[in-house]
Design a protein around this ligand. Structure first.
Ligand code: BTN
Length: 263
């Protein structure tokens, strides 16, 4: 068993993301833990990683299935000097980082579903939940929480997600080491985060669009009772989804669940 703090920290030595590693056998949520650490002053690039979560958080107040010995649950503390409106770009950059890495295991089968789901053959293998704290007009810190299904077996997913979720091992037909995957994940995140800091959102957006499975398709975006339908035509410079509705007007969507309408 080499999924532990020592081996992870050792392999990340000298890197920015992972310059501090907090490994927990069990935690309520790595996002909650990382948020507390960040509030107490943990440095930029600190990572929290756990073997299991008892209250894994998903988007829209959902829970994220987090059994032990199976998957990756990690949260990264970032302290970019940007305005809060720019923070969604970091979520999309993280999605690109995961998509690029998963593509090395499953070439041509990986897509991104706005805003932050990474799919393999159309099934969700990774979710990203970004939270932040602001200080005046600036971001104080961003917590990028990433859950990647590595070893979940099909029958272990809750019934409602069984047909729409997958794991890396199920897709590649062999056991991928969680330690190796976690190290490669942090390396990929560092690459795309540095690109974002030095070149801005444009290269992230280009890459995101290459992986996007929805652009040019008719979609439905549901946010509680509000449903928007139309053709997905792109994302704007803040990472909002742009859809062209029936009246040929472009609508900007900043949150919601996307599904294809199939027409
Ligand atoms: C989603 O709903 O798609 C987002 C899921 C994000 C899950 C990850 S697991 C690590 C981190 N800690 C949490 O409590 N949630 C995120």
């Amino acid at each position: 068993m080499n999924f532990n703090e020592h081996d992870i920290a050792d392999r990340l030595s000298g890197r920015f993301i992972g310059n501090r590693v907090h490994f927990l056998r069990e935690v309520d949520s790595t996002n909650i833990y990382a948020f507390k650490l960040a509030r107490e002053g943990a440095p930029d690039g600190t990572v929290v990683i756990a073997d299991c979560q008892t209250k894994g958080k998903g988007r829209m107040s959902r829970t994220w299935q987090s059994p032990p010995g199976r998957n990756i649950y990690t949260s990264i503390i970032l302290r970019p000097s940007v305005e809060p409106a720019v923070a969604p770009q970091i979520t999309l950059a993280s999605g690109v980082a995961v998509a690029e890495l998963l593509s090395e295991y499953c070439p041509a089968d990986v897509t991104l579903k706005w805003p932050n789901d990474v799919l393999i053959k159309g099934k969700k293998a990774c979710g990203i939940l970004t939270e932040m704290r602001t200080a005046g007009e600036q971001v104080d810190f961003v917590i990028v929480g990433i859950g990647v299904n590595i070893g979940m077996k099909k029958d272990e997913f809750h019934e409602e997600f069984r047909d729409s979720s997958t794991s890396l091992n199920e897709e590649v037909g062999k056991n991928v080491s969680r330690l190796d995957f976690a190290i490669r994940l942090y390396e990929s995140l560092e690459k795309w985060y540095n690109k974002f800091l030095s070149e801005g959102f444009s290269p992230i957006k280009d890459e995101w669009l290459k992986y996007s499975g929805i652009i040019g398709k008719n979609i439905k975006v549901a946010l509680r009772d509000d449903i928007q339908v139309g053709e997905a035509i792109g994302i704007d410079e803040y990472g909002a989804l742009l859809i062209l509705n029936g009246e040929k007007r472009t609508r900007r969507v900043i949150a919601g669940d996307v599904s294809l309408t199939g027409d």
